[in-house]
Design a protein around this ligand. Sequence first.
Ligand SMILES: NC(=O)c1ccc[n+]([C@@H]2O[C@H](COP(=O)([O-])OP(=O)(O)OC[C@H]3O[C@@H](n4cnc5c(N)ncnc54)[C@H](OP(=O)(O)O)[C@@H]3O)[C@@H](O)[C@H]2O)c1
Length: 334
Amino acid sequence: MANMQALVLVENEKIEIQTVPVPELKPGEALVKMQAASLNHRDQWSRIGMYPGLKYPSILGSDGCGIVEKVHDDADQSWVGKSVIMNPNVNWGDDPRFQSFNYSILGMPTDGTLAEYLAVPVHRLHEKPAHLTPHQAAALPLAALTAYRAIFTKAETTKDSKVLVTGIGGGVSQFAFQFAKALGCKVFVTSGSDEKLAKMKEVGADGTANYKAEKWEKDLVKQASGHFDVIIDSGGGPGFTALVKSLNRAGTLVVYGGTAGTTVNIKLPYFWFAQANIKGTTMGNDQEFAEMVKFVSEHKIEPMISSTRSLAEVVSAFDEMHEGKQFGKLIIEI
Ligand SMILES: NC(=O)c1ccc[n+]([C@@H]2O[C@H](COP(=O)([O-])OP(=O)(O)OC[C@H]3O[C@@H](n4cnc5c(N)ncnc54)[C@H](OP(=O)(O)O)[C@@H]3O)[C@@H](O)[C@H]2O)c1
């Protein structure tokens, strides 16, 4: 039996590169020789025991790009040799509005992309967008899918929407920014880092604020000449009321994470007087995944990449994510 290198979550807080068997194919599956993977915050949450349904040992990683080396079924032969990314949804289910109760995400509990080989059902494969390198394409799946559903399905953003995306150093938030810009919106951003905000100005942010500053929301609403029609947030925590306060009449605040804290205080009058909507979202359904890939291809969107390193150095990428130093996606070359 052939072996490969993979990043294994061995036990709580312990991730390491191990030599493990190359997965054997089951009916309906393809074996992908991975070229690149990328990290999501979920990988770091899994590392520190803060993700539901953890299984030890597991190979982490939800995102990647590679070449199909072989398939189990003759009917799938046309995939062999293709450059692919994988839809990380496992069992979304029949209702496009929400995931089924046996939904999971590639990379926990099923073995993931931070390995030399991945066995994955053929129906999860999508051809790599032609304008992207394998490294860029590896940045897409989970983060771009989450951003796509947040911006389009949940917030129903149009070109006339005034948009605020918080915590812009993050992978999902940068895709939300890029999608809203591609629509033609004015897009404003926050970060805890002035350096990241300066970089966002260079790539077209229409206004910026540091969420660590006092009354930052007043400053940003002033820069935007009014309140926001759409706010996309994954911070939560103590800053949440400032977001609700910044919503325009009938505005929509979409939340997909709680990096700064999962318990929030909302001054309800800000919410009801604005006729506001607060919507939760998680990942996206399979149709949204296909639409996201099409949108990225049509608009030639290139993911923002913070750094690229080898699989042998992957643990340092987790540490960087934990410290919040990254600006965009952390890519692992395999
Ligand atoms: N529900 C879902 O389907 C889903 C999908 C993907 C991610 N998530 C969640 O969303 C969050 C972001 O994920 P990611 O993979 O994009 O992570 P990431 O790339 O590690 O980004 C995390 C970002 O959070 C921002 N942040 C930190 N403290 C903040 C605060 N007080 N207020 C606002 N933003 C703050 C930081 O932005 P700055 O550096 O700019 O300050 C940081 O870059 C995580 O909590 C993750 O678990 C949920």
